[in-house]
Design a protein around this ligand. Structure first.
Ligand code: FAD
Length: 414
């Protein structure tokens, strides 16, 4: 049977999820098609809106005060401040009590597993007792079997960053004998056993040395484990975001998909969109082509949202011949000379970081002359160009704001 919906959203990351939800809220029938897991499972679970300006100025205290300083081609400049605020409001609705930070416009400063302090707009509740603006002395705890997190080094880095409290780090033996390369989920599951939580608290207690809060890598997973450890240690316990993979990111992805289910969004996962069909004038897309076990099937819709991610998500492809958007072959501006894509310095201004679709005001992709390529396609998230989300710390904010506008516009156009 041919599949036909009002709106098809391609991509199951934060931007695609928000776009699908917004389109469904207009009353449209919506299908979300996603190939692989999104970057949420790698990301820290922190919702960054704007931590630094493109020239490196920062950390930014209030992202909304800084929006005017972004260049015109930045996605925030295209969608405007209201969209950024509404994107966060939708996020707050999706996560409810799971997250904190919604009480203020100001960025929170969250210690990460690398020992840096990250300016972020929203953070999981389990992270809240670790904020760097809080002056209580801190003990960080790592495990011998978890080489990704070096607690003493992270504590040193935090001290060097000038945090207003004493930091110490200790590496203890994990209560259960897990393999050196055990998955983070195995640590989390092991800690759900009461005997392990008890043993861990005993192992940490002798290292407290005046610390007023205790941070563990983000693998406590269940709030009950965190509160049990806190009760036994007599101190607030918090998680330090890290990854990949990231349990905090996975939990967020699960919550997002629960919300989509509740909103009645149809979901097709594990299948790639490999192309599209257009009407006679080539101005409207009539269907996207989905590869199911080697056979191509058209999924028809009135409106489409492209939320396939950036270079990491495979929404943008690079090869020797250039930079492409593989589904609609949208225009992606880039220099012919590949050496211009990179800066000589590792943390320099790499133009590849801003590669992506050039959006119209309504987020339709535009061509080299600034003309809209397809009136019924809108782009959202990291497939949109103009922002260096990694260095600005703006990834989730861009996904929320553009996902909101793309999805709502698509739904309202029905
Ligand atoms: C390691 C890492 C850490 C990060 N940490 C943070 C952080 O701490 N804070 C923060 O705010 N942001 C962070 N980010 C960035 C943030 O995760 C992304 O900016 C944001 O989530 C991008 O979402 P997206 O929806 O645009 O794309 P993605 O999450 O990349 O999702 C794209 C989706 O599209 C699907 N897709 C792609 N091509 C096709 C196709 N042809 N057919 C069907 N489906 C397709 C993919 O399978 C995927 O499901 C991090 C990113 C990474 C990689």
């Amino acid at each position: 049977m041919p599949i036909s919906e009002d709106v098809v959203v391609i991509g199951g990351g934060l931007s695609g999820g928000v776009a699908a939800l917004m389109a469904a809220r207009t009353g449209a029938s919506v299908r979300l098609i996603s190939h692989k897991e999104s970057t949420l499972r790698h990301a820290s679970g922190l919702i960054d809106v704007l931590g630094y300006l493109p020239d490196g100025t920062g950390p930014i205290v209030n992202p909304f005060d800084a929006l005017d300083e972004l260049p015109n081609e930045h996605p925030y400049s295209v969608v405007g401040e209201t969209a950024v605020r509404e994107g966060l409001t939708i996020f707050d609705e999706i996560v409810g009590e799971m997250y904190a930070g919604g009480h203020t416009d100001t960025n929170a400063l969250v210690p990460t597993q690398g020992g840096t302090v990250k300016p972020t707009a929203r953070y999981p509740q389990s992270v809240a007792a670790g904020l760097a603006s809080d002056e209580r002395d801190m003990l960080l705890v790592g495990f011998e079997a978890l080489s990704d997190f070096d607690a003493p080094l992270a504590a040193e880095h935090l001290a060097a960053a000038g945090v207003p409290f004493e930091t110490q780090g200790v590496t203890v033996q994990f209560p259960e004998d897990l393999r050196d390369d055990a998955r983070i989920t195995r640590f989390a599951t092991a800690l759900e056993r009461d005997s392990n939580t008890r043993a861990l608290a005993d192992a940490v207690e002798s290292h407290l040395d005046g610390a007023e809060r205790v941070g563990f890598p983000a693998l406590l997973s269940k709030d009950t484990v965190r509160s049990e450890l806190g009760t036994r240690l007599g101190k607030p316990v918090f998680e330090i975001p890290g990854g990949p993979p990231s349990l905090l990111g996975l939990e967020l992805a699960e919550r997002l998909f629960e919300t989509l289910d509740e909103a009645g969004v149809h979901i097709s996962s594990g299948v790639p969109v490999v192309g599209h069909e257009t009407d006679g004038n080539d101005e409207r897309v009539t269907a996207v082509l989905v590869d199911r076990n080697g056979q191509t099937h058209p999924y028809h819709a009135e409106q489409f949202v492209l939320a396939t991610g950036g270079l990491v998500g495979k929404g943008i492809d690079t090869d020797r011949d250039g930079v492409t958007e593989p589904i609609f072959d949208c225009y992606i501006p880039h220099s012919e000379d590949r050496y211009d894509w990179f800066s000589n310095e590792a943390f320099g201004d790499h133009s590849f970081a801003r590669f992506g679709i050039v959006p119209s005001e309504g987020l339709q992709p535009t061509d080299a002359n600034g003309e809209i390529e397809f009136e019924n396609v809108r782009a959202a998230g990291s497939v949109v160009g103009g922002a260096d989300i990694a260095s600005e710390k703006s990834g989730s904010g861009v996904s929320l704001a553009t996902g909101l506008i793309a999805g709502r516009n698509a739904g309202e156009a029905i």
